[in-house]
Design a binder for this molecule. Structure first.
Ligand code: PHE
Ligand code: FE
Length: 287
């Protein structure tokens, strides 16, 4: 993801990319990938949107070890015209948007340490590659991500990055999607996390409510723990339609006068799949 106030490391090119330097990963680092991969690959099949599994297959991500970004790019390029490029860590918003607008996904090249197995502050290769890249092989999702980058460059000029960031957060990172047998996961922040992959679908705590663009743009989110609300999309095609075919400038304008919603709020007009107890968040807050 992106961040505003950071300086470009000397080793990075002007567009902030660096070589992945695949040969530099240690056996322990490859082992960390394998451990995380196997844990998620075992638990996700009945929880994640089937297109995610299709993406893993297309990218042949079931091989042991940290994937080579050049190989992923080659396969993705054939599927949807996307590439994966390495960056040292978080990049500024405008850099992030411009890469997306050009169908380049920026991925961290470092992998978490054993102490960080279940929680880390900055996205690592496992989150970025396992979490985000499989769905880039899906045509509608691939188009959505590019449009998001273009929308970001535009929102930047309109002073509305925060609104647009919420859209990324509640879809690309923490989105749920309808499926014939119930809800499924698709957000990268969920599918790369063992704990949240269970919590987001099974726990009675969080709200699960239908995707509504304006409503979502008014909703704050938390970055320090599991989400208190998940938004549910109908399909990637529908998400693409609702975002690409809508001019956001008047929506940003219209939202200037409406109050933000707290992460746990439910409103009268919400399509409620599940009203959460918020037990988890309340217990955390009391501790
Ligand atoms: N339609 C949006 C705009 O007018 C751009 C966008 C498309 C944003 C898709 C996000 C996702 O700015
Ligand atoms: Fe992410």
């Amino acid at each position: 993801m992106a961040n505003a106030q950071i300086e470009r490391p000397e080793e990075a090119a002007e567009d902030w990319t660096v070589p992945q330097d695949w040969g530099r990963y240690s056996p322990a680092e490859h082992g960390m990938w394998d451990y995380l991969f196997e844990r998620q690959a075992r638990m996700l099949p009945d929880r994640v949107v089937p297109d995610f599994i299709t993406g893993l297959d297309i990218l042949r991500m079931d091989r042991p070890g940290i994937p080579r970004f050049d190989e992923l790019s080659e396969r993705l390029m054939k599927a949807t015209g996307w590439q994966v490029v390495a960056v040292p860590g978080l990049v500024p918003d405008d850099v992030f948007f411009e890469h997306l607008a050009n169908r380049r996904f920026v991925a961290g090249r470092f992998i978490r340490t054993p102490e960080q197995i279940d929680y880390l502050q900055e996205p690592d290769t496992f989150h970025d590659v396992f979490g985000h890249v499989p769905l880039l092989a899906h045509p509608a999702f691939a188009d959505y991500m590019q449009a998001y980058g273009e929308g970001g460059m535009r929102a930047d000029g309109l002073g509305s990055i925060e609104r647009l960031a919420r859209l990324y957060w509640y879809t690309v990172e923490f989105g749920l999607i309808r499926h014939e047998e119930g809800l499924r996961l698709f957000g990268a922040g969920i599918v790369s996390s063992y704990g949240e992959s269970i919590f987001a679908l099974d726990d009675p705590s969080p709200n699960r409510i239908g995707f509504d663009l304006r409503r979502l743009m008014r909703t704050k989110y938390r970055i320090d723990d599991y989400q208190q609300t998940y938004f549910v999309i109908d399909s990637f095609e529908d998400l693409l339609r609702q975002t690409v075919e809508n001019d956001f400038a008047p929506i940003y304008e219209e939202l200037v006068d409406s109050a933000d919603l707290e992460p746990e709020d439910i409103e009268g007009a919400d399509v409620v799949f599940a009203k959460g107890t918020q037990e988890y968040a309340l217990a955390k807050a009391a501790a």
